[in-house]
Design a protein around this ligand. Structure first.
Ligand SMILES: Nc1nc2c(ncn2[C@@H]2O[C@H](COP(=O)(O)OP(=O)(O)OP(=O)(O)O)[C@@H](O)[C@H]2O)c(=O)[nH]1
Ligand SMILES: [Mg+2]
Length: 812
């Protein structure tokens, strides 16, 4: 028997069994190895035995965690600091209390270093321990009373799934697929390369969390959509005269039809929905998703290529081979055990827009959900190349005010490619690459500063430039891995994957819940319940009033901006419309463009060329009037805007109440963690809903314009251009109150967002106050040990967070 075992038994209130354990020579090592049968023999009374088993289980969990933390620390010791003491040494063989050792270790290390050594595995292992504890507590709560049901729900709500979306844009051939492959260290996963082939559908990449295989899930468009597309191809091809055959859209149609039907479509359009064409993909006909599973990236890549690639040479040498990409909406590739994809989804977005409606909607949805956007372009002429900037400009409102993008990374690829490098020595090549990289960064930053339309949505801090070489990263002929900057992007993804804040939220939330259970058990506050409740409700109402007032001011600021916007729009829409409708001087090919515009609800995406969007032109006066205020109110890159700022300030002031009502300390702690949780949740909710507020402006204009486009689209033959112009002009003039309507819609949406936030905040806090003080907790389990353990974890996380701050300060 050693001191450790004796102390544990005393700590657990099992002093009467100390002698028995001593007789049986149980020491620290054997304590944790005891099985159920041996425990039954040692402790013959049921009550203490149950208690012992529970405590022992928790002790084992604690030790597992400490070992994991020690292991991570040991691994890092080799690299960094060979001579320091472990951060969290195991307690089992020394008997010394962990906190003592921890402070010994703390004295030996600088805080920054301590943090760096202990972080990744440390947070994960705490999270898994606390989850275990909470599962255990959940199972012990009954289903009978309201408080237990409430607590169970709170425990289940602790889990949040963190997922960050990184959207990768760039024109075809820019090197997106190669870049992604290099970064996630799967060089054969996404098909890249041959001259004319290109990625035609969206490919999402995420971690496979349920198996160790490579998997691709293919989502098709519907049969009806394909039928509609066939119909419009047919109309389109019928109306084509020979000279039009150079047209990009013509090529587009031919390419899609040939991919799927070979030459059959040229003979007849009649039976193109026939089942025989879809034999390999019954899933398409049954409106299901197709799943491909393989053991290696290579195999999977070969399998899914026909769902993702278009290849203009698909006819030659590939006779009889079917390509299904025209039917595909999106492919999700799941990669096993990849550290870069644990909480991050990368989306390879094809450069061109698409006329298919559901694909376009999905594209917009994904774009709006991206928290980071990568714009990929070849390094030579990166600053001046129009296409990458055009893409960025056309998506900036979708990802900025209309989205949740916090960072834009402008990635210049193929930094290894130099002109006339044949006669240069390796050292010269290296130097030229490094020099050009610097010039490119400079040039791109300057170009960014000139792009006022993009800058409206983003601060300078959110824009970064990288100069990468995927090829050099794999081959390493002239550049070190660091110099290829692929490692920088890997580091960025790793940071995104970091779950530290999720761990902190979970552990703090768990601490709050356990506090409430323990507080309800101790009943120390019984006599003052009424008084405390009344005080809390008074504070809550006062605070809610503050939030409401602040939000109302935002509302008024919005109203003022939008009123200006309406006035400006009314004055300028006529001119804008004329400029648009009469820009083809003598008509020329413009009637074709305008035809496409009216057939597609005001938007036309030429395969190569700038996006045309008449709705956007009409709405631009309104949008310009609100952009700045909107970004101030709902910034993507910080939570300190007007709206979220005021939510963050909401507080029941439980800290000062704790001084006044000491006996209710545990309940107050619960309320404090609830408050934090609901505030974080509201911020997340707001980030989603503000996108709808923003897009309502353009949507109102789209809706009102739709009827006019439909009328205009009906004209054919002689005078078509004149008729389309007239129709649209008349429609806009008759609907000039659309600006007023768009303003009102936006304000209504903003208002309901405000109301929603206030209601949720009030409901959740009120319920939490009531459950904390107005219910009887007589049937709750004793969670004192769990509470103590989780408290320790909270303190450790808080300490590591402090260290992180000091690390930030140190590294600037
Ligand atoms: N020298 C060099 N070539 C590269 C590099 N990255 C990509 N490439 C080549 O550029 C071509 C296009 O690369 P992809 O990765 O397929 O380009 P992408 O942007 O995915 O193209 P799409 O799928 O058509 O949109 C391929 O032939 C690649 O081998 C690089 O870092 N250096
Ligand atoms: Mg690609």
């Amino acid at each position: 028997m050693d001191d450790f075992v004796r102390n544990k038994l005393l700590e657990w209130g099992l002093s009467e069994w100390v002698e028995k354990f001593k007789d049986e020579q149980i020491d620290a090592e054997s304590l944790c190895e005891l099985d159920d049968r041996e425990i039954d023999n040692l402790i013959t009374k049921a009550g203490p035995r149950v208690k012992f088993k529970k405590k022992l289980k928790l002790l084992k969990l604690e030790q597992e965690h400490e070992e994991a933390a020690g292991l991570v620390q040991c691994e890092q010791e080799h690299e960094e600091v060979p001579d320091v003491v472990q951060v969290l040494p195991s307690t089992s063989d020394t008997g010394k209390r962990k906190s003592d050792l921890q402070s010994d270790a703390s004295r030996l290390q600088s805080p920054a270093k301590r943090q760096r050594q202990s972080m990744p595995g440390f947070a994960e292992s705490i999270l898994s321990d606390v989850k275990n504890i909470m599962t255990f507590v959940h199972a012990r709560l009954n289903d009978q009373d309201k408080l237990s049901a409430f607590l169970k729900k709170k425990i289940s709500d602790l889990e949040t799934d963190k997922r960050e979306l990184v959207g990768v844009f760039g024109k075809t051939g820019a090197g997106k697929s190669s870049l992604i492959n290099a970064i996630i260290k799967e060089k054969n996963l996404l098909p890249s390369g041959s001259i004319n082939a290109c990625t035609s559908v969206m490919i999402k990449l995420e971690a496979n969390t349920h198996s160790s295989e490579y998997e691709a899930e293919i989502e098709f468009i519907t049969k009806e959509e394909w039928n509609d597309e066939l119909w419009s191809f047919r109309q389109f091809l019928r109306n084509k005269k020979n000279q039009d055959k150079e047209d990009e859209d013509y090529h587009d149609a031919v390419e899609k039809l040939s991919a799927l039907y070979g030459e059959d479509w040229r003979r007849s359009f009649e039976n193109l929905m026939d089942r025989k064409y879809f034999k390999e993909i019954p899933e398409f006909l049954e409106s299901r998703r197709k799943i491909l599973t393989c053991e290696s990236a290579n195999e999977l890549s070969a399998e899914f290529v026909k769902y993702t690639r278009s290849d203009s040479k698909q006819g030659e040498g590939n006779e009889g081979k079917k390509w299904f990409w025209p039917l595909v909406k999106c492919v999700t590739v799941r990669v096993p055990t990849n550290p870069f994809l644990q909480h991050v989804t990368l989306v390879d977005l094809p450069g061109n827009g698409d006329c298919n409606k559901s694909r376009d909607q999905m594209w917009k949805g994904i774009v709006g959900d991206c928290s980071t956007v990568w714009i990929v372009t070849e390094i030579n002429r990166a600053a001046s190349e129009k296409e990458a900037w055009d893409i960025l400009e056309s998506v900036s409102s979708l990802i900025g005010n209309g989205g949740e993008c916090q960072q834009i990374h402008f990635i210049c690829t193929k930094s290894d490619l130099l002109d006339d490098s044949d006669d240069l020595s390796s050292a010269d090549i290296h130097d030229r690459i490094v020099k050009r990289n610097m010039q490119a960064k400079d040039g791109v930053k300057k170009a960014f500063n000139k792009r006022t339309r993009i800058k409206k949505h983003f601060t300078d801090d959110s824009f970064k430039v990288f100069t990468v070489s995927s090829r050099e990263f794999l081959k390493g002929k002239h550049l070190s891995p660091q110099e290829t900057e692929i490692t920088k992007l890997q580091g960025f993804l790793q940071e995104l994957n970091d779950c530290h804040s999720e761990t902190v939220n979970y552990v703090n939330g768990a601490y709050g819940i356990l506090s409430l259970i323990q507080g309800a058990n101790s009943r120390g506050v019984d006599s003052k319940k009424g008084e405390v409740c009344a005080e809390l409700e008074r504070i809550m109402n006062l605070q809610l009033e503050n939030v409401r007032k602040e939000m109302e001011e935002t509302y008024m600021a919005f109203e003022k901006c939008l009123n200006d916007g309406v006035e400006k729009s009314k004055r300028s829409y006529g001119e804008k419309l004329k400029n648009f409708l009469y820009r083809g001087k003598k008509g020329g090919a413009f009637h074709r463009v305008l035809k496409c515009v009216v057939e597609n609800g005001g938007v036309h995406k030429p395969k190569n060329g700038t996006l045309i969007n008449l709705n956007m032109k009409l709405a631009s006066g309104l949008i310009d009037s609100i952009d700045e205020e909107f970004r101030k109110t709902f910034p993507n890159d910080s939570e300190r805007g007007a709206f979220s700022g005021v939510i963050n300030e909401f507080s029941l002031n439980t800290d000062s109440l704790t001084e006044k009502y000491k006996s209710a300390e545990l309940q107050f702690r619960f309320l404090k963690t609830e408050e934090e949780k609901i505030k974080a949740k509201l911020n997340r909710m707001m980030r989603k809903q503000k996108k709808r507020v923003y897009s309502s402006l353009i949507e109102t204009i789209e809706d009102i314009m739709e009827e006019g486009y439909k009328k205009a689209a009906e004209f054919e033959g002689e005078g078509v251009l004149y008729n389309m112009r007239e129709t649209i002009e008349n429609h806009v003039h008759s609907k000039k109150d659309m600006f007023e309507l768009a303003k009102n819609t936006m304000l209504e949406k903003l208002h309901s967002l405000m109301v929603n936030i206030l209601e949720i905040l009030k409901k959740i806090m009120k319920e939490s106050i009531e459950r904390s003080f107005k219910t009887d907790g007589s049937s709750l389990p004793d969670v004192s040990t769990e509470l103590e353990m989780v408290k320790k974890y909270c303190d450790q996380l808080a300490a590591s967070l402090d260290d992180e701050t000091s690390l930030d300060l140190l590294t600037g």
